[in-house]
Every structure is written in C-alpha cells, then in structure tokens.
Design a protein around this ligand. Sequence first.
Ligand code: IMP
Ligand code: MG
Length: 171
Amino acid sequence: MTKLIPRITEQEIQARIAEMGRQIALDYKDKDLVIIGILKGSFVFLADLIRQIPIDHDVDFMGASSYEGQESTGQIVFTKQPDLSLKNRDVLLVEDIVDTGRTLMKITEFITLLNPRSLKLCALINKQERRQMHIDVSYSGFLLNDGFIVGYGLDYNEKYRNLPGIYDLKI
Ligand code: IMP
Ligand code: MG
C-alpha cells in the first residue's frame, strides 16, 4: 500500500520561501534578473517564490525530463527552451529538487552557451546523498539526505504535485 509520510509542512515551506525571496531581492537589486523555472516540478515553488521577490524581473521556463518512477533514466531530454533572450542578463535557474545534479548540470551547460552575464542556481530541496556532479546551488531551501519525496510540485509518475506540503512516499 502506498503511504505518504509528512516531511515538510506548508507553513515551513512558505516561511523558508519568504527568506529566500528576500535574499534574492537583495542580491539582484541592481541586476537584470531573469528567473527560469525548470518544468515541470518547479512551477508551484516558482509561483510562490516570485511573489516574495519585490524587484523587477522577467520569468521564463525551460523543460527537462529524466525521471520515470523513482529513478532517473540518466537521459535528460529538453522539452522546452527559453523564449526570452538571455544574453548579458542575470539568470537564476529555479529547480524543485537537485538529486544527482545531472539535470542542472546539463541545463547550466546549455544556458552558458546563450551568454548570460551571470548564472546562479536555486532549488527548494537539495538532496545530497546521490550527488554525482559538482554544482553550486546558491539558494537552497531545505537540505535532505534520503528518501523520495512528493508534493508541492514534486511528482511520482505525474501524481501528487497538488499536495500543499512535502511528503515521503513509501511504496
Ligand atoms: P537530478 O538530475 O538527479 O538532479 O534530478 C533532478 C530531477 O529529478 C528533479 O528536477 C525532479 O524532477 C526529479 N527528482 C529527484 N529526486 C526526486 C524526489 O525525491 N521526488 C520527486 N522528484 C525527484
Ligand atoms: Mg524537475
């Protein structure tokens, strides 16, 4: 039987996002910020995060997919590229969760070719146990070591994105 065990509450998520938004607004106040959400998992986080960033910025999306079930297939497929020009702009990539780091590494390589002025990474969850790539996550919401989590945009085979909190999924 599938079990959902509470891990991070809606209130904890919102409080942390308010802090992250404040820090991002401070760091980018004199910059030309473009926030790029990585679809699909980041859309819930992104929607809350940008409303905590009270400075002008643009929003765009990139699509990347690698997971089936609880395992990464290792093949990262881009399903959408940004529409805006990123040349000489300050790009912040927003991810739901960093696990092996392969997705953000691939996307970072791709965005770098578009010649942004700066490029930094933001993730709601930083899961370090299975990290394979050295990536620097400048803004990280919560550090987790283990488990497969769902909710708040994170899915298991496309389900559970709608949960307001984050849960451990036990199958
Ligand atoms: P990475 O390429 O291994 O870093 O995987 C990153 C992507 O895998 C994330 O954007 C998620 O879509 C997915 N992912 C990794 N861990 C989890 C998890 O615990 N729950 C749900 N999705 C996950
Ligand atoms: Mg994702």
